[in-house]
Design a protein around this ligand. Structure first.
Ligand code: MRU
Length: 341
């Protein structure tokens, strides 16, 4: 296995709010630029990557995160490998070892592996196609998914599934965006998303950017909001969806699905077809990533737990397909019983 090397150079840029549309991935001049999501929203910097090993490290350390964005970044990682004439199989393996749960990573790597022409031009063109297709799929997901959102809806979501998690627009957040543009969304409640707080840091940033009315909430506030009748619709993204509709997504998603079921609230999953894994029959087969204990024991760099506190930190959970009202992909709306092919 190739060793992860130090990351590329970090470069400060201007205020993201002044940009026309949020983006987290740019490929220019044979260099992959990734917006550093570990320091958003208080700091803005792009990290330049000139080889696939740096890209693998940025996926592992979550400079780039979100299933579709990971797939796009990995595709550009392979384009860099081709440009640098690195060993193809070794580069593919290095990228494949960066994170285990989001199937988009393996989907993108397999798609590039299937190219008969692996010249740098051809691999780069395919990576660009993967990025462009993701953006277009997200707009379609937004349009279909918005038809499920009730008028004047208060919507609950978790993690970050927007432009910062994809090539643009987003999946679950894409549905919220489109439904909001159609005047259907009255308010959003965005779960903080412990322990890495993608909701508080990134979704709040995107909702502010789009001027969508919202409150960030502690994850543990979701139940009482539902009980109070304040949630009309729950929508979440996915990292992997198996043949029977079981869905791996950010830890805490399953809890929301159980709560939504109890309170009779629609619970919808949004994902592009690159997130489907029909090869796995059920969610029991999905590898669930466990991350470092410091994500819980430390707030930024300050220790908040006792020394040697034992920690269990799974990054994802699996929501059974039986708790999901609908799965929205770019191909349309699937309803139970799911039989994904
Ligand atoms: O650990 P992360 O931040 O990569 O987890 C992200 C999620 O769980 C998202 O909900 C999922 O990848 C879908 S993003 C469109």
């Amino acid at each position: 296995m190739e060793k992860f090397l130090k990351q590329g150079k970090r470069k400060a840029v201007g205020n993201l709010h002044s940009m026309p549309a949020l983006r987290c991935i740019k490929f220019e001049d044979n260099t992959l630029h990734l917006l550093d999501q570990r320091i958003l929203p208080t700091h803005t910097a792009w990290i330049a990557h000139s080889d696939h090993i740096q890209v693998a490290e940025s996926i592992r350390n979550m400079t780039v995160r979100g299933a579709p964005a990971i797939g796009v970044a990995a595709a550009y990682g392979m384009a860099l490998a081709a440009l640098n004439q690195a060993d193809w199989s070794q580069a593919k393996q290095t990228l494949a070892e960066s994170r285990p749960t989001a199937v988009n990573l393996f989907w993108a790597l397999d798609r590039l592996d299937a190219l008969t022409d692996k010249s740098p031009e051809s691999v780069l063109a395919e990576a660009q196609a993967i990025e462009a297709e993701d953006l277009s799929m997200n707009h379609k997901i937004g349009e279909s998914g918005a038809t499920l959102v009730p008028e004047e809806a208060t919507v609950l979501t978790i993690c970050n599934t927007g432009s910062l998690a994809t090539a643009g627009h987003g999946t679950a957040l894409g549905i919220i965006r489109t439904a909001h543009q159609q005047g259907k969304v009255k308010h959003v409640y965005s779960c903080e998303t412990r322990p890495r707080q993608q909701g508080l840091r990134l979704t709040a940033f995107e909702l502010l950017h789009d001027k969508i009315p919202f409150h960030s909430i502690a994850d543990s506030a979701a139940a009482s909001l539902m009980r109070a009748g304040k949630i009309d619709f729950v929508v979440a993204g996915a990292d992997r969806i198996t043949a029977n509709g079981d869905t791996a997504n950010k830890i805490g998603t399953y809890m929301l699905a159980v709560l939504a079921h109890h309170h009779n609230i629609p619970f919808v999953i949004a994902a592009p077809s690159s997130t489907l894994d029909p090869n796995l029959p059920t969610g029991d087969h999905i590898p669930i990533e466990e991350r470092d204990s410091t994500e819980l024991t430390h707030a930024e760099s300050i220790q908040i737990a006792p020394d040697n506190c034992p920690v269990y930190n799974p990054a994802f959970d699996v929501t059974p397909g039986t708790l999901i009202t609908a799965i929205v992909t770019e191909q349309g709306i699937l309803t139970p019983p799911f039989n994904i092919k």
